[in-house]
Design a protein. Sequence first.
Length: 443
Amino acid sequence: MKKLNDSQNKKNFIFKKFIGSFAINFSSVVLNLMVVLILTRIVTPEQLGYYFFAMALVSIATVPTVLGLPNILIRFSSKYIVEKKWGFLKGIVIRLNQIVVIMSIIIITGCYMLIVKAHSMIPALDKNTAFLSLSLIILLALSKIRTSLLRSVGSIYLSQIPDLIIKNLLILAFSVIIYYLMGVDILGIHVMIITVIAALIAFLVGQYFVWIKFPTYVNGHTAEYETKEWLLPAIPLLIAGGMKIINTKTDIIMLGMFTSSEITAVYQIVGKVGEVVLFALSAFNIILAPIISRYFYNNDFSKMQEVVTNATRVITVYSSLILVLFIICGKIILYHAFGEEYANGYSALIILSIGQFVNASLGSVALILTMTGNEKDVAKGVALAAILNIILNFILIPLLEIEGAAIATAISTVIWNLYLAFLVYKRLNIVTIPFTPKKFLKY
């Protein structure tokens, strides 16, 4: 009975965490879509394309600044908390922040020189908007470290609020105030200014959360360092993170290079809407990372299998409902929410949504491998997908434009998730397919 009660308590704990994370992510998606909705009403597709292109560049540039360190922080912090090694917990936080600041300065300098050289050759690249976006790199990089730290010490909700809620809320509020109350026409660079200010405020709020939630007893210990041990797994995670961003942003970059800022804006809006399919997966990933890590270090694979199976089932049911909704009502949603220009992206929305459905229904495969020390497998899988994505985009965008970009991204997404699901089973005997009969499960 005690084991049954403990098991039930664990399920209730994870379910409550999921509900809270789901609520925050749902609010974030709603706010994000409201931001996009407002921007499509007050900014021309051309100017919006400049903004989205610059944000895609920032997303790619942020990858080498963090070097895969957020997942390293979660993995080792969970270990140090279990083993009560408070000096090492303090040390890893200090060292990773130092590395991120140094890398951010290097990357910002490189990006500045690249923009100076290439701005006249790329239709969707506005020099001033891109220059301003560089200030986001260090903010986003440090925010990723802060988010991982809060997650590792159990503050799941607070880890998400600054970037998912506060930042989007501020962007929405500032856009409405500037346009509707001041009567100012908003250009792409104005949206970027708003984004930078909102990101800075959200960052400061997040740092306050760290100050109140980071274990106070850590302060009484001298920082200890295992820098080499921390950085060795960071290299494949850097590759995996970089390839994953390339896999999700290559379409935006190549559309901006081969077509126009207007088409880039339409595709970005469609992509934002399509991300709703991944909503439940994102919510579960937030809470599963430290749980998977702790089960792994405790050699409790049966509980890991149970958690993975239950999570993937919920994710699959949710994702299938959203996919059906988009197939039936997607064009109507795009037309009435964003306008006629964006309704032309309906086919791309369906293609992307199908790819994201397969991604969601296979569960948190990359996260499971990363949290169990198999980050090299993740790097290989995502690198394969990124290379395939670049090749397909290069071939299909000149032929099919927006639909070509969607097909390339969907195919690469499906392939790398199937490959990683296979590796999860091969390395850990954990099955991520949601409705697998119990007789086929190892645990």
